[in-house]
Design a protein around this ligand. Sequence first.
Ligand code: HEM
Length: 245
Amino acid sequence: MDREHFYSIMNGEGTLDYEIYLNTKKLLACQKEFHEFCNKDELQFQIVHQIEELWMKLIGYTLLDIDEYLQQENTNRVLTLFRRAHLALKLMIDQLPLLETMSPKEYQEIRAGLGNGSGQESPGFRTLLRMHPHIWNSFKTCYLDRHGLTVEKIYATEYNHSDAYVVAEALAEFDELFQKFRYHHLQLIHRTIGLGAKSLKGRSVEMLNEGLRTVFFPDLWQIRNKMTDEWGGQYGVVRDSLGHD
Ligand code: HEM
């Protein structure tokens, strides 16, 4: 196949309605020119990162709507939009292994052209890191405080699978998926540059590990510990065999 021929037609003319509406001319110009790539993996590297930014933009935008619907206690809307945010987070996780088709050697070549650039500077990620306190505050004010409820009541003493409970579980799922993204990203680093590399020692690895330990909604995780401890003080310490008389 004539590579140059396909390069020249791959981005389209940008004149058809589909291309105009989706702004494909601009979109497909967001990657380096074909002749500028340092190797055959760099297009994928740029595209995966750009798509991740788009999903984070959608998630952030969706969380803004979720926040408003939480304040209105519109549970159906909240759950539908959380489903969207969860699915987008899953897509973020699922596309990371694409980068494992790039060899460590080829990544080193790409890395050389990244300057000081780092995922820490991701606008989408930084936005998402700032949103969870607002989401929690709206949930707590409107679904708990306003009704004289607490996390303990909706999960344990007054558990009846209420709206507050299902919304809390949607929050927990969001938290869990965000953690999973962090975990899979760490695995990707392990696979590509190795977690023991000198350049990673110290701050970077500490920061990534710290991220893995951070949850957005700690109350929703603590309640599980509390319930398990109260449910059976002996659980995990002494266990009767099922075959015991
Ligand atoms: C081969 C691929 C990748 C490698 C080797 C890699 C490597 C790293 C490293 C070493 C860090 C620690 C900070 C630093 O030292 O700069 C980091 C942070 C980060 N990376 Fe990646 N990364 C890759 C792909 C991605 C992708 C596809 C995303 C998509 C969003 C991403 C998002 C982030 C974010 C958000 C941080 C900051 C993490 C935090 O603050 O907890 N990375 N990455």
